[in-house]
Design a protein around this ligand. Structure first.
Ligand code: EPU
Length: 784
């Protein structure tokens, strides 16, 4: 093995060389398994380190540990006696007789330095683990992929077989209770062997189980030959049997040399062979043969062909240890997954959300294949690359790993203590996927937006997968929680109504800016709208109603809660009755003017100049051509905050310039306007006048109409003009050259750009003219 001489590994190697000279006089197996000492673990929150802390505690040592983060595991261990420090301080080494450190710890860590300086023995995690294993009959599970699942399966099967194995596995294993356990009653110790840092060579097990060998961890190993050398040493140091996957060429070649080898797999030559494999949704069924003789049928309740393969390895091992096949089969059938291994986060007939730890191209391909086999319509994947070094080394393989996904969103790289490599990011992988010919791959550099990209693309029948060894599962959990609410909303609005997650509000505002709506809902009738109001009240969800989004500036972080868009159905109805016109909240104000014209009614021509819907027009008492909405309103119908309908006549309503307080907490359903009989040519000429005014004084670009209310002293547009601010800009937000009270989006502007420009105008008006401008446009939502 030739460790690459760079970065943190070089530093870690220094630490290892240091400890060697210190530890030699110490009989580590004796020290750890027969005596009781004070032991300090540096980096105790790591998934492997916490297991070790648990074992050392169970062995009766006084264990202390330091880490910059605390986890549920460290909290559990504290209840069992671990003394935990949330920082690394040199003083922690003072009382310790042995210091154990994780591979993620740098050699300048103060506890490590203090331990070395004071001449204490300092050992790596795997060294301590190997020493513990010496006290039992060790079984090491090694390989690039499937170690955690297979070690958990082995420990589970041996446990059900009454062998009382001790175990050490690198993740939380619900079915085993904990990630590590010392059972004084049993002879065997099952451990997951980590090849990533070259410590496989610490183990001298009785048996080993080799799952697969290929290029991985190229930050540590120079090439495949170096990796094979590390596995070769483990094989040589195995005193009993080497169980190995015969279907993996590298493993088969390497293990063939072993004096006592037992093979497993699908191949005809396997000592333990699986055939007739049937994958059904989340279970697999297969027949098992030993040296050509049928042992029986097995069922596995974890999905994927690769897990059938892993189970064959466990069957071979347990059988050779003397466990009868029937017993093995029963316990395999009861086996449940480790956390983050095809873990179902949400399941219904409509959607399936699954989290998986896959972070190597081979694992990704296997997981996507399993996802495909569930028979759902589409597979949407969110992938978080893990480590810059792996992203760089395996970029081509990653590009080819996503063929089974219909859509892929890639986040930035999860560094796992690595410094960035210039030019390597999530985009690197997207480029490779696209070069490979996949059409639906995109890069999302804002981690907290990943669930939005996938959630907004979600359709009935979809399976969503989160893939990666970092924290991508958090994004899936957010999606799962929101999906629960979205499904309830869907039940309320029924088949006709629409519910969408994370709908970009830039699609629904005339300004074309704004982040996503957490829940976008389009009810079709008043009764449903009322139910939505009550649901939001009961669930403590904010509710915001949006019409055509013409007078709205939504911040880049979008709107939390439910955004109701009453557009179709009852809300789109318009009726003329004598001199009165009743229009639903979703009707365009402009259409009211044209409905009046069709009935030879006049007085509403000014409405032609309002770009919004009736609901919004009422809400802000919109105006044009010197007229305003409530001059023509006879009555309105609205829902209160309990979802109850009310009708109010004009004289019961309090209305101001561009402000109608009642609709600040209630929701418009419809309004009735009055008009007067008029000659068609008079109506047409007034409509033309309004159109002409718009055409000549207002920009055609994307805007939210007038940004500021007109101050009493001067129209805002004129003021901005006089201040010389036309065409001033922030990013792609620009003050229109046509009208000073319009800010236009030149394409791709953000809400932050808009808000900054608004602030600049306000401060100029304040400083130069002493005028306090007030925005007319409604500004809502969360900062981006
Ligand atoms: N003016 C300038 N420079 C400019 C813009 C305007 O000197 O860049 C002058 C105009 O020449 C005019 C005066 O300012 O003498 C007022 O301008 P305008 O007639 O265009 O009307 P406004 O007060 O700016 C109002 C409404 C508009 C509506 C128009 C047309 C407000 C805040 N604005 O604009 O409504 O379309 O009248 O009727 O009340 C909206 O509410 O979003 C909106 C666009």
């Amino acid at each position: 093995m030739k460790p690459a001489s760079k970065g943190s590994n070089a530093r870690t190697n220094v630490a290892r060389e240091e400890f060697r000279s210190r530890v030699l006089p110490l009989d580590l197996p004796l020290f750890i398994t027969r005596e009781h000492h004070r032991i300090h673990l540096v980096g105790v929150a790591g998934s492997g380190m916490s297991g070790l802390a648990g074992l050392l505690t169970e062995l009766g040592h006084a264990v202390t540990g330091s880490d910059k983060v605390s986890t549920m595991e460290t909290e559990r261990l504290q209840r069992l006696g671990l003394r935990f420090y949330g920082q690394h301080r040199a003083g922690h080494a003072d009382g310790a007789e042995l210091i154990v450190f994780s591979s993620a710890i740098k050699s300048d860590n103060p506890v490590l330095v203090a331990g070395r300086d004071s001449g204490k023995p300092v050992v790596r995690r795997a060294e301590a683990l190997a020493a513990i294993m010496r006290a039992k009959r060790g079984i090491v599970i090694a390989g690039m992929h499937g170690k955690t699942t297979t070690s958990a399966m082995t420990a589970h099967v041996l446990r059900e077989g009454g062998l009382h194995p001790s175990h050490y596995v690198g993740a939380e294993i619900p079915i085993l209770g904990t990630n590590a356990h010392w059972d004084p009653r049993g002879e065997y110790f099952v451990a997951e062997g980590d090849e990533s840092d070259g410590t496989l060579r610490c183990f001298h097990p009785e048996h080993s189980l080799i799952l697969n060998i290929e290029e991985e961890h190229l930050d540590f190993y120079a090439d495949l030959a170096a990796i094979e050398k590390a596995f070769g040493q483990l094989i040589d140091q195995t005193s009993g049997t080497v169980f190995h996957n015969i279907d993996d060429p590298n493993t088969a070649r390497l293990c063939a040399k072993s004096k006592s080898a037992v093979s497993y797999g699908f191949s005809e030559n396997a000592h333990y062979r699986g055939i007739n494999v049937e994958l059904r949704d989340f279970a697999s069924f297969f027949s098992v043969y030993r040296r050509g003789q049928k042992l029986g049928e097995a069922t596995l309740n974890v999905p994927g062909e690769h897990n059938v393969h892993n189970a064959l390895g466990v069957i071979a091992l347990a059988s050779e240890l003397g466990m009868p096949f029937d017993k093995i089969a029963v316990s395999l059938c009861r086996f449940e997954h480790a956390r983050r291994r095809f873990e179902i986060k949400y399941e219904s007939d409509r959607f399936l959300l699954v989290d998986d730890y896959a972070h190597h191209p081979t694992e990704i391909r296997a997981t996507l294949k399993t996802a495909r086999a569930t028979g759902r319509k589409r597979v949407l994947a969110m992938f978080q690359p893990h480590r810059y070094s792996r992203t760089k080394a395996l970029r081509r393989e990653f590009g080819r790993a996503f063929d089974d996904a219909d859509r892929v969103v890639v986040t930035d790289v999860y560094p796992a203590s690595e410094p960035p490599i210039p030019g390597i990011s999530g985009q690197t992988i997207v480029d490779e996927i696209v070069n490979h010919g996949h059409r639906a791959a995109s890069y999302q550099p804002q981690f907290q937006r990943v669930h939005c990209d996938i959630g907004n693309a979600l359709d009935v029948g979809d399976l969503v997968l989160s893939l990666g060894a970092g924290n991508i599962h958090e994004q899936l959990s957010i999606l799962a929680a929101d999906l629960v609410i979205a499904e309830k909303l869907k039940a309320i609005v029924g088949e006709e109504g629409d519910v969408r997650l994370y709908e970009p509000l830039s699609k629904h505002t005339t300004l074309r800016v704004g982040g996503p709506a957490q829940f976008w809902v389009e009810p079709q009738d008043e009764k449903t709208f009322g139910k939505l109001i009550r649901f939001c009240r009961d669930e403590n969800l904010p509710l915001f109603a949006i019409g055509r989004g013409s007078n709205l500036l939504v911040r880049d972080g979008g709107i939390r809660g439910v955004v109701v868009h009453p557009r179709g159905g009852d809300f789109a109805k318009i009726e003329v009755n004598g001199f009165e016109i009743t229009a639903g909240a979703g009707v365009k104000v402009r259409e009211v003017a044209y409905a009046a014209r069709a009935a030879n009614l006049g007085g509403l021509e000014w409405m032609e100049g309002i770009p919004g819907a009736v609901g919004g027009g009422l809400r802000m008492n919109a105006g044009a051509m010197g007229a305003q909405t409530f001059e023509n309103v006879v009555r309105i119908r609205y829902l209160d905050c309990e979802g109850e309908p009310h009708v109010k006549n004009r004289d019961e309503l309090e209305v101001f310039y561009r402000r109608f307080p009642l609709l600040e907490n209630n929701f418009a359903v419809s309004a009735t306007f009055h008009a007067q009989p008029a000659k068609r040519e008079n109506i047409d000429s007034r409509l033309r006048e309004s159109q002409e005014k718009r055409r000549t004084t207002q920009p055609v670009a994307k805007s939210a109409g007038c940004i500021f209310k007109n101050p009493s002293s001067i129209p805002a547009g004129k003021l901005v003009d006089e201040l010389g601010l036309k065409n001033s800009r922030v990013g792609n937000a620009r003050v229109s050259e046509v009208h000073g009270n319009f800010i236009v989006n030149d394409g791709g502007a953000t809400a932050a750009d808009m808000l900054r420009l608004i602030e600049q105008i306000k401060s100029a008006a304040r400083a130069k003219r002493g005028i306090e401008l007030e925005t007319e446009v409604e500004i809502v939502g969360e900062p981006g």
